[in-house]
Design a binder for this molecule. Structure first.
Ligand SMILES: Nc1ncnc2c1ncn2[C@@H]1O[C@H](COP(=O)(O)OP(=O)(O)OP(=O)(O)O)[C@@H](O)[C@H]1O
Length: 945
């Protein structure tokens, strides 16, 4: 008992110290989980308590009691931290403190005291019985012992094992527990069940209230169960901790990996020069690009480039501004500053190239040569804008191309047909998203020289934009006065376009905006007459098409008659594009025909080759005798393979059948005897079939040559390599089979009448598609006094309608002059029609034709046969000039007109025409309608009865 008293005494002091423990925080748990295997540090703030402890220790009383406080905010979740109760814990003394203590606590040994730090080791359980002193709090206690238990109880054993196993598992996964491992392994022999339960609970890190439960539990089995619960919970926490750690580790390592890979990628890109974002790489790239043109590059451009490069360095690589600047620099450095191709002013060379590419067009070629000659004398060819005008397909674009070739300039073509946006020419401002420079800057970048030949196609079809006027922008571009400092909106630095040679093309010159037209040198390409088309077709179109189709000239023949028929019946327009299409059509069909033939040949060849090779191999093993070839050029048999290579004979069906029957000999091998018989039979068959073997050319197309004696070839084929002469299989396109290639004629003769009836006269018209003939027909609708009137049909435009009114008046005056008593016009309602009704027509040039048609009806006289006329008429009967003389003459020739009447003012145009265009025509030039009257109704014109 003395011992107990001693203990009690000690513990009174210790307990009083414990009143301070809540302040120290971590020491709270000590009150619950102190075991003799662990040391715990606590810090005491209560000086009185500390003094008492030091005093006790000096007296070798080194034991205290440690108790957990009730309602402690750290242990009891129902107490909100910072509340009044939590705050006042430090101030608790005496009874108040006593009431707040849990009854069961731990007897702890003080192992050291350093300042306010006290190190405790727990030993056994205590229960408070009564309070002895208030400050420091001193209490009486009972020592508690576990309830007796059966050491061999299986359930207790099993539970304890489970606790141990769980603790081991936790130790494996949780590194925090490693410190405890040592203690655990050191004292493993000292463990009994209650101590194991205490140890497990002490290191579990569970809630202190739960630990207090373990402390208060005196039943060993129950205590073990409680501990097991705590360590199992700990195990789960460990697992969660592990998975959290793993996930975080993965995330971190993933990020790190990505970072590393990115860095590597950057390094690789840089190494390969692909690094786009790298500013220094970009600067180096632009610098490198600019290096060769540095000297020729204008200083103002160099300055801008330098400024932009500096700006680029300051910009964030991911910013949009950076991309804009980079794009801008890209364009700026890509332009061929000061890089010119050497111009060739050699007239002979130019003539050669122009003749090489185009037939005829002598006047056009002459104009181009003149232009080059001027360039030679001046040393430069800029300053002029050439406009090639004419109907479609007359070669405007290709003449432009030839010009570039002749002058040794790079060629660039762009079409402005329907172009309505000025930005297409002048570029967009850089600030817009997706901004692009204009066509000219694109052209310069594309061609890589600063003096290309730029062909602006379809300039007459320029659109009218709501955002600016493209014609005005073109003016700035084309005008030699302005284009030395052409300013593209995107580029924003002046570019010198004065060295660029501009060639425009147009179908109708009148449609070109006047200020533009004013600056142009118009060269008209009128269209081709039949004779010219024949030459173009023969010497140019056919040749190029044949090559394009991979056909050899000896395989095809298109006769002159077929070509003529093609031109006259299918391709009557001014240009030759349609003619080109038709020729292509013919050649495509021929190509198909040849390939089909070639494929058949190839297949049958394979069969015969296999057969022949097999037979030869058999033969050469059985009968090595060499047999001379009796065909021309035959060779001695060397081996089966050489035979296989050389044999190129095609067999007919019957031949193949025999080959197959040979092949199907029993045992798979033909006997020598049966072979001999079979071959004889084969030869007979072939003779009967009149087989014409065809030789395949290297490209798989059957080539043709001389017919061969199939008997000789086949006879030798089983022992020798066969040398078969080619069979001619020329495809001939003639008038008779032309329709098989190009279908039925599309055009029928423009001539409706052989001899025009009374009231009908042939006129000549001009359209954007070239010239054409047209009839003006006048008929009487009704007659009666004062009924004179004029009805018009045939989709006539306003000008043509007016022209008809004028014609009516002039015709009336002329009739009055010629036949004063004839009241025809005053009393007749006339109907004037111009076929074809579906085609809109306009213009004043049919004036004289209309008058003649009306007079013919009035006087009931035919006009002269094969006569056509054109000319505008004034009210007084004067004849005014018209346009498109060449086109009209070409159209007249097509309609087999022999006599043409033109206004006198057009004589100059006529004289300029080539002799072959004028050939065989009787052309009259007139000033006044009276002259036409004489020519149309001359002495041989008789009134109709
Ligand atoms: N005199 C000629 N000699 C040889 N080939 C010609 C001749 N005239 C035109 N061609 C050929 O006719 C085809 C059409 O010519 P191109 O495309 O130049 O016509 P275009 O007048 O520019 O037509 P569009 O007004 O429709 O643009 C080209 O293949 C061209 O080579």
């Amino acid at each position: 008992m003395a011992c107990i008293i001693w203990y009690l005494h000690l513990q009174i002091n210790i307990l009083s110290k414990f009143s301070d423990l809540p302040i120290v925080g971590s020491s709270l748990c000590i009150g619950v989980i102190l075991t003799e295997f662990n040391n715990f540090d606590i810090f005491l703030q209560d000086s009185k308590l500390l003094e008492a402890l030091v005093e006790n220790r000096k007296r070798s009383v080194a034991y205290v009691g440690a108790f957990l406080l009730k309602d402690d905010p750290e242990t009891d979740p129902s107490i909100v931290s910072g509340s009044d109760s939590a705050k006042s814990i430090n101030d608790l003394k005496g009874k108040d403190l006593f009431k707040r203590l849990h009854e069961v606590g731990t007897l702890a040994q003080i192992t050291s005291i350093q300042g306010d730090q006290v190190v405790l080791v727990g030993h056994r359980r205590l229960r408070i019985t009564e309070m002895v002193d208030e400050d420091p709090l001193t209490v009486k206690v009972d020592h508690l012992k576990e309830k007796p238990y059966n050491k061999d109880d299986d359930v207790i054993k099993a539970t304890s094992f489970e606790v141990i196993a769980t603790l081991r598992d936790i130790l494996k996964t949780n590194s925090l527990w490693k410190d405890h491992v040592q203690t655990y392994t050191q004292h493993i022999g000292d463990f009994n069940y209650p101590r194991l339960a205490d140890f497990g609970a002490a290191i579990s890190g569970a809630n202190k209230l739960l630990c207090q439960q373990v402390l208060e539990e005196l039943d060993v089995y129950e205590r073990l169960k409680l501990t097991l619960e705590l360590v199992k919970k700990e195990m789960e926490i460990s697992k969660i901790q592990e998975s959290i750690a793993k996930a975080i580790e993965e995330k971190i390592s993933g990020d790190q990996r990505r970072y590393l890979l990115n860095e590597q990628l950057k390094a690789i890109k840089k190494e390969l020069g692909l690094e786009t974002d790298d500013k220094s790489a970009l600067t180096a790239k632009f610098g490198e690009r600019l290096e060769p043109k540095n000297k020729q590059c204008p200083p103002h451009v160099l300055q801008v480039i330098e400024e932009e490069l500096n700006k680029l360095q300051l910009l964030e690589a991911s910013s949009s501004e950076f991309n804009v600047t980079r794009n801008y620099l890209d364009w700026l450095t890509a332009l061929p500053w000061g890089n010119y191709s050497d111009e060739n002013f050699d007239i002979q060379h130019a003539q050669k190239i122009l003749d090489e590419d185009h037939y005829g067009l002598s006047d056009v070629k002459e104009r181009i040569l003149e232009f080059i000659a001027v360039g030679k004398l001046r040393g430069t060819s800029q300053g002029k804008i050439i406009c090639l005008s004419g109907p479609p397909g007359v070669g405007k674009t290709s003449v432009g191309h030839s010009m570039a070739r002749a002058l040794n300039r790079r060629f660039y073509r762009f079409s402005v047909g329907g172009l309505a946006d000025v930005a297409e020419i002048k570029g967009h401002r850089r600030t817009y998203v997706g901004a692009m420079p204009g066509k000219m800057v694109q052209c310069l970048k594309n061609v890589g020289t600063a003096n290309p030949l730029v062909l602006i196609d379809e300039i007459d079809k320029l659109g009218k934009g709501h955002a600016g006027d493209p014609a005005s922008a073109l003016l700035e571009l084309l005008d030699p006065e302005q284009n030395a400092n052409f300013l593209d909106h995107f580029l924003d630095v002046p570019i010198d376009l004065s060295k660029v040679l501009f060639v425009c093309t147009a179908n109708v010159v009148e449609m070109i905006p006047n200020p533009l037209l004013d600056r142009m040198e118009v060269i008209a390409l009128a269209g081709y007459i039949t004779d010219e088309k024949m030459h173009i077709a023969r010497d140019y179109l056919e040749k190029t098409t044949r090559e394009a189709c991979g056909i050899k000239s000896e395989q095809v023949e298109v006769t002159d008659a077929a070509l003529l028929a093609l031109i006259e019946n299918y391709c009557r327009e001014a240009g030759v594009r349609n003619l080109q299409k038709q020729i292509e059509k013919i050649y495509r069909k021929i190509a198909l025909q040849l390939v089909r033939q070639g494929v058949t040949n190839e297949q049958s060849l394979k069969v015969s080759l296999q057969q022949g090779a097999k037979q030869l191999r058999e033969k050469s093993t059985e009968e090595p005798t060499q047999i001379a070839d009796d065909g021309p050029g035959g060779k001695k048999l060397e081996d089966g393979n050489s035979h296989e290579r050389a044999t190129t004979t095609t067999l007919t069906e019957s031949e193949q059948a025999i080959e197959v029957s040979l092949h199907e000999q029993p045992n798979g091998t033909a006997t020598e005897e049966s072979e001999a018989t079979s071959h004889e039979h084969l030869v007979e068959q072939l003779e009967a079939d009149k087989v014409q073997p065809t030789l395949l050319s290297s490209d798989g197309i059957a080539t043709t040559d001389q017919p061969v004696d199939s008997k000789v070839n086949i006879k030798t084929s089983d022992v020798k390599d066969v040398k078969v002469d080619n069979v001619i299989e020329k495809v001939i396109v003639d008038v008779s089979n032309l329709a098989d290639f190009v279908g039925k004629p599309v055009f029928h003769a423009e001539r409706i009448y052989d001899q025009t009836p009374v009231g009908v006269v042939m006129g000549l018209a001009w359209t954007a598609m070239g010239g054409s003939t047209l009839y003006v027909e006048t008929a009487l609708v009704e007659q009666g006094e004062g009924k004179g009137a004029l009805l018009l049909t045939g989709q006539l435009g306003d000008v043509m309608k007016e022209s008809a009114q004028i014609a009516h008046t002039v015709a009336r005056a002329k009739l009055l002059q010629k036949e004063p008593d004839n009241p025809f016009f005053a009393d007749s309602k006339l109907h004037l029609h111009v076929p074809a009704g579906a085609t809109p027509k306009d213009g004043p040039s049919a004036g004289c034709t209309m008058i003649t048609s009306m007079l013919s009806l009035a006087m009931k006289k035919h006009v002269k046969k094969e006569l056509a006329m054109t000319g505008e008429v004034t009210l007084t009967g004067r004849i005014l000039p018209i346009g498109g003389v060449k086109e009209k003459i070409i159209a007249a020739r097509r309609s087999e007109v022999k006599t043409i009447i033109f206004p006198s003012a057009n004589r100059r145009d006529f004289d300029e025409l080539a002799a072959n265009v004028k050939e065989g025509l009787e052309v009259h030039f007139v000033d006044d309608y009276n002259q036409i009257f004489e020519l149309a109704f001359g002495s041989n014109s008789k009134p109709q009865i």
